[in-house]
Ligand binder design. Structure first.
Ligand code: F6P
Length: 524
């Protein structure tokens, strides 16, 4: 099927996306649920291509793999684990079995404990919560806390991830240690950055009349390590190894979000995710939003070869969504080995990047419009903002969002460019100036539009992208749930630490590393 798809891509490469539009295309190449609309009509996908992509998904066994995931099968084969973040948002509590045991009673009990603790903190003297974690133990809650700021009615939330002391120093400066709660969020409770920051925060609290024995909580699967660190069991919120780090914000790792927006808001977020799960499991073929989002991604990356995709939320509060998607997509699908140990036959997942509109328009959109590489863009926009009194701002935001996808598709021809400036230039100078004002156009984009960025909708968006990643992973034949690619750097950093500190020799390192160590030692 890959060859057939590539042949199809070749055959349609010269045609204009704009020329594909008739009275039906806009609806026929969109997926609309009760809660949002995903428009992929501004791509070069036609009905035949879509059929081929759907066939690709079906021959890769996407539906069977999806069902195996929801059923608690150990589809994370390299780690021998189930993949059940969906159980964390299974609010109806229907049974989910792992090794024959229903995990739901444990999930719901932890959710109840989180709610009781969140209510206690929200009703008490704590003014600030500092979540210390990294990767999946940071990006999700940090993104969501910012996304849902209109719903905050709890303590202020701060996030410390980087081992760079600047991060924790800047965060703690100005906080009152007596009214600050520190949440140490780490699935493994061994991650060096997090444990280093946690110890620094504990020392700060002791030095500033706080009480770490009462003002520290932990979120982890490793209850032995949380107790070794000295956090009492009643303030430890555990989860199981079948929750992957980058899929973990639905459970205890979301505690800071729950403290910010309250248990009801958090439950609405879970319900949004759960509703997307129901849709993903039930909707057929082209009606299935995560499936179609994935297939558009496959078309752009693996078939057409576009190396990156831009995530462009026209929503200031989704400012951290591109970073969150970076981990979700790139740590999941940035792999070149298939599940059975062979080589992935096509390109792995793309580089994912982006920033909110309209800011990006004044920074990197130049390259998206006129650079030599095509960058498929994924726009996102709410129909309404949270500031009704600033409706004209939102109208401008929407106009800009729609204008960008239109401009990317439509472009501007040389004739049009000439006509624009014919009153200012003529002759050779007109030709020279006009050439700079040409837009090739025919650049693909999709738009996800939703009524308002509320907790339910945010849950929908996150679950939509999670399932997109899983579908793409199945089609590539890879394991989207491990991350061996982060290990080598961690091992070498551990080995380099004594060398950096001057307690070990760099002699067995390569020439560049030796020279860098030497420069460091001479200049600190
Ligand atoms: O380094 C990669 C990683 O393992 C991520 O997958 C994970 O989200 C992050 O580190 C943090 O891990 P932990 O929650 O165990 O501290």
């Amino acid at each position: 099927m890959w060859d057939a798809l590539k042949a199809k891509a070749e055959a349609v490469s010269g045609r204009a996306i704009l020329g594909l539009f008739d009275d039906t295309r806009a609806d026929a190449f969109a997926v609309q649920t009760q809660h949002m609309r995903f428009d992929y009509s501004k791509t070069n996908i036609d009905a035949e291509t879509r059929d081929m992509l759907l066939e690709l998904a079906s021959s890769a066994g996407v539906a069977a793999r999806r069902d195996a995931m929801f059923s608690g099968n150990k589809i994370n084969e390299t780690e021998g684990r189930a993949v059940l973040h969906t159980a964390l948002r299974n609010l109806d509590g229907g049974p989910v079995l792992v090794d024959g045991e229903d995990v739901m009673p444990g999930v719901l009990e932890t959710l109840d404990r989180m709610e009781a603790y969140a209510n206690e903190i929200r009703g008490g003297a704590i003014t600030d919560v500092v979540n210390i974690g990294i990767g999946g133990s940071d990006l999700g809650p940090a993104m969501a806390v910012q996304a849902l700021s209109p719903y905050h009615d709890g303590p202020r939330c701060h996030f410390v991830s980087n081992v760079d002391g600047a991060h924790i120093a800047d965060t703690l400066r100005g906080l009152d240690a007596k009214t600050t709660l520190v949440i140490v969020a780490s699935k493994t409770f061994t991650t060096i950055e997090t444990m280093t920051n946690a110890r620094t925060a504990r020392a700060w609290m002791l030095d500033h009349d706080g009480d770490p024995s009462a003002q520290f909580a932990a979120l982890s699967t490793n209850l032995e390590k949380t107790s070794e660190f000295g956090i009492p069991a009643e303030r430890v919120f555990g989860f199981e190894d079948w929750v992957g780090g980058r899929y973990s914000m639905w459970g205890p790792i979301g505690l800071s979000l729950m403290m910010a927006v309250g248990p009801d808001g958090f439950r609405a977020f879970l319900r949004g995710g759960q509703d997307m799960d129901t849709h993903f499991r039930a909707a057929e073929g082209a009606e299935n939003m995560p499936l179609m989002l994935a297939l558009v991604g496959i078309w752009h990356r693996q078939v057409l070869g576009h190396a990156s995709r831009a995530v462009l939320p026209y929503d200031q509060r989704l400012g951290q969504l591109p970073a969150y998607f970076q981990q979700l997509e790139m740590e999941s699908n940035g792999k070149s080995v298939t599940m059975d140990g062979g080589a992935v036959p096509v390109e792995s997942g793309p580089v994912v990047w982006g920033a909110p509109g309209t800011n990006g328009q004044h920074a990197f959109y130049q390259l998206i419009h006129q650079g030599t590489s095509v960058i498929p863009c994924e726009f996102m926009i709410a129909c309404a903002g949270h500031e009704p009194e600033l409706r004209h701002h939102h109208d401008l935001l929407v106009a800009n969002c729609f204008a960008q996808s239109e401009a990317l598709m439509r472009g501007r021809t040389l004739d049009e460019a000439r006509a624009k400036i014919a009153d200012k230039f003529d002759g050779d100078e007109l030709e020279r100036q006009a050439a700079h004002r040409v837009f090739a156009g025919n650049r693909p984009s999709t738009t996800l539009i939703y009524p308002k960025l509320d907790p339910f909708t945010l849950g929908q968006i996150v679950a939509l992208y999670e399932h997109r990643v899983s579908v793409e992973g199945v089609i590539l034949g890879i394991n989207s749930y491990d991350q061996w690619g982060v290990e080598l750097g961690k091992e070498l950093a551990t080995a380099l630490q004594p060398i950096v500190e001057g307690d070990a020799s760099a002699d067995d390192k390569d020439g560049s590393t030796r020279a860098l160590v030497s420069y460091l030692h001479m200049n600190r």
